[in-house]
Write a protein that binds this ligand. Structure first.
Ligand code: HEC
Ligand code: HEC
Length: 257
């Protein structure tokens, strides 16, 4: 009862106020009247970096561009290594051979060119610290020639094995990067980017900190990448060393055995 009176009072007070100021306040808004336009922005109209990144990228790359399953995008070294064109390309077209999806409308994604630009600009303003690689003689983002597999094996043994071990089933403290299922989910660029920019969030040093006393060379990175890619199994995920010949599907183990 009381509430209703108050409402009616405030309603009529407002009416009086509006009426008396009518000549001045053209278009005085009634309480509760929705603003012009749709109440929820259309998906293609969202232009805010946090909203776009949170809805589309954070699940794989981490809430703040770190501690995700995939690349540490907020790493300033990564931001210095990669150019805008490549960022736009990866977001729009995805990354072949990895789980990075294509977000461009042309590929069935949901992001317009303007939204992809907003993501690139947002990443730069949030995470770039300028050209932190200037004067460091950093390897190029993309490999400039084919790698030498044999030389790459030697690089793996002397540099990577100390943290990643030599056997696919023994990961060492940093986990196995020889595991077939892991190799099946990454491509050359994943390895190259990881080795050059590191994964500071997960404790992997960049190319300057992997060998004591010197930096890793561009050729060493190209070669070790070639060797790792050559370890990709033909049938990733197969629990058997060779393809199963029988036509019957493997049976799950029975309870209690
Ligand atoms: C389903 C998981 C997934 C989602 C969602 C995802 N990514 Fe990725 N992204 C990956 C994977 C996997 C890679 C390739 C492997 C790597 O580089 O770690 C990758 C690679 C990238 C790279 C290239 C890294 C390099 O090597 O230079 C960029 C840039 C990138 N993603 C940005 C984004 C942005 C921006 C979004 C949101 C619009 C996004 N990703 C959403 C999984 C994902
Ligand atoms: C000083 C130790 C160390 C050395 C040496 C090292 N890594 Fe790593 N690496 C790490 C750590 C730590 C991680 C993160 C592991 C995790 O938590 O997933 C990692 C992760 C990776 C990943 C996976 C990145 C991802 O996004 O999941 C790749 C690929 C990789 N390292 C490649 C290499 C290669 C190639 C070499 C040799 C050139 C190398 N690493 C040498 C410590 C090292």
């Amino acid at each position: 009862m009381k509430i209703r009176t108050t409402l009616r009072l405030s309603g009529s007070a407002l009416f009086l106020l509006c009426a008396s100021l009518l000549p001045l306040l053209v278009g005085c808004k009634l309480p509760g009247k929705p603003a012009d336009g749709p109440e929820v922005p259309r998906p293609e109209e969202v232009a805010d970096f946090d909203a776009l990144y949170g809805a589309n990228c954070a699940g794989c790359h981490g809430a703040k561009g770190e501690w995700g399953a995939s690349m540490n995008l907020s790493n300033p070294e990564y931001q210095a290594l990669v150019d805008d064109a490549r960022l736009r390309d990866v977001i729009a077209n995805g990354e072949t051979g990895t789980l990075m999806p294509a977000f461009g409308i042309k590929h069935g994604g949901m992001l317009t060119a303007a939204q992809i630009d907003a993501l690139v600009t947002g990443m730069r303003t949030h995470w770039s610290k300028g050209n932190v690689l200037a004067g460091q003689n950093a390897p190029t983002y993309k490999a400039v020639h084919e790698g030498d597999v044999a030389k790459g094996q030697a690089v793996y043994t002397s540099v990577c094995a100390k943290c990643h071990e030599r056997q696919p089933d023994k990961g060492g403290y940093a986990g196995s990067i020889l595991d077939g299922s892991f190799l099946a989910l990454i491509n050359e660029q994943t390895i190259r980017t990881t080795v050059i920019a590191g994964r500071p969030d997960l404790g992997m040093p960049d190319w300057r900190g992997l060998v004591k006393g010197r930096t890793l060379t561009d050729d060493e990175i190209t070669d070790v990448t070639a060797w790792l890619m050559a370890q990709k199994p033909a049938l990733p995920g197969q629990p058997y060393a060779s393809p199963v010949k029988s036509q019957t599907a493997p049976q799950p183990p029975q309870a209690g055995k």
